[in-house]
Write a protein that binds this ligand. Structure first.
Ligand code: ADP
Length: 375
């Protein structure tokens, strides 16, 4: 029998808030999503009280997991400051070891890497980011991960683009992750990558309505409550944009570096500059800029046309003193293979596009060599 929202609510009446009232009467619950035995909701509390709520969150998770038929319970504790309290970033997140309001992390303070526990077994976590949506960030993240795989590295991909998780579509994966003996989610193995996406757990329209703090909480959980195993590089496909959710993510994920995807259009470069500034603010090294849809390559004759005023990203990278990682043409086969769930590095491994992604991968790998060797 399938699990219902009412069963979830019933189980939560047995869990008490720090003030002693049943959780269901504490006015802190988000909408409850129940799909195929997978339960997701958040507990939204004031940042000042977040620590007291962590054990409540754990009890709630245990209560929901005890419902027959529940396979996954993902309960996020999100903490928002009350209006008027002095802190710019409104988001907070949950670590597996507790809750920290975002105010504990000040942009521009010490490197986030010194504060953030690394993920055991993962040598380097890198972000693939873009200043805005639709520039091909997810397509590039997946093909870059595959390019790194071709260099002999053990690679994972975390689709953290919670507003529009596209990795299920790009890879054709439609199975749900299983839990291991420690109740950690086992990433899906596909094309030799270990892949995790919020899209494996919730319906796409549920993902769309998540607010900033919930985004951070869910992503932290996916980073830390997934049995990643031993990886040289974990590529995180970030949500597009440079808002609070992205900034908090950049601050709170133990990133060794970030790759910025831009298209040649000026607008996108302005957005890309914002992305650069965001990572700079939180002391995450920018590994470089990739210019996607850099020039048009005719699928019939291979002729190249610089219809977008190509070269802007290279120029911008030089001006800003960050590496330029490469240019990827706008090409039908990149699009069609993505849409078929068979990325171009897999479907045309000997073709020119796969070679471009591998070359970008090798420039990324070279910059992470120290971290990979140390691990
Ligand atoms: P984002 O993650 O930035 O929103 P996507 O990776 O989902 O962008 O790409 C948006 C669309 O553009 C997809 O249909 C994808 O297939 C297509 N696309 C991305 N990169 C290229 C490219 N280099 N050539 C052709 N189509 C591309």
């Amino acid at each position: 029998m399938s699990v219902t929202q009412q069963q979830v609510l019933d189980s939560l009446t047995q869990v008490a808030s720090p003030r002693g009232v049943p959780l269901t009467n504490a006015n802190v619950l988000s909408a409850i999503s129940v799909t195929d035995g997978k339960v997701f909701f958040s507990i939204n509390v004031d940042a000042a009280e977040a620590r007291a709520w962590e054990s409540v969150r754990a009890q709630a998770e245990a209560a929901v997991r005890a419902i027959p038929g529940v396979t996954t319970a993902m309960i996020a504790l999100t903490a928002e400051r009350k209006p008027g309290t002095p802190q710019a970033a409104p988001a907070a997140h949950r670590h597996s070891h507790g809750v920290q309001p975002a105010s504990a992390h000040r942009p521009g303070a010490a490197s986030p890497m010194s504060r953030q526990a690394d993920i055991p077994g993962v040598a380097a976590v890198i972000a693939v980011a873009s200043g805005k949506g639709g520039v091909g960030k997810s397509t590039t993240a997946l093909n870059l991960a595959l390019g790194l795989r071709d260099l002999g590295l053990r690679v994972g991909l975390l689709d953290a683009d919670i507003y529009g998780p596209s990795v299920p579509r790009l890879t054709g994966i439609n199975e749900k992750p299983q839990l291991d003996d420690n109740r950690k989610m086992i990433p899906i193995k596909c094309f030799g990558l270990s892949i995790m996406s919020i899209g494996f757990l919730v319906e796409e329209d549920t993902a769309m309505i998540w607010r900033g703090p919930m985004v951070m909480s869910a992503i932290t959980q996916m980073l830390r409550d997934v049995a990643w195993g031993t990886l040289d590089i974990l590529v995180v496909d970030m949500p597009p944009g440079t808002g609070d959710a992205q900034l908090t993510l950049a601050q709170n994920v133990p990133l060794k570096g970030a790759v910025i995807i831009s298209t040649p259009q000026d607008l996108s470069l302005i957005d890309a500059r914002r992305g650069l500034a965001m990572f700079k603010k939180v002391n995450v090294p920018v590994l470089g800029i990739v210019e996607n849809m850099s020039y048009f390559q005719c699928p019939e004759c291979g002729t190249r046309s610089d219809i977008f005023g190509h070269g802007g990203a290279r120029h911008e990278a030089e001006r800003l003193g960050v590496p330029f990682l490469g240019e990827i043409p706008l090409h039908m086969s990149i699009r069609t293979t993505s849409d078929e769930g068979n990325p171009v590095v897999v479907s045309e491994p000997d073709g020119p596009h796969a070679a471009i992604y591998r070359a970008i991968g090798s420039r990324v790998r070279d910059q992470l060599q120290g971290a990979i060797a140390a691990a």
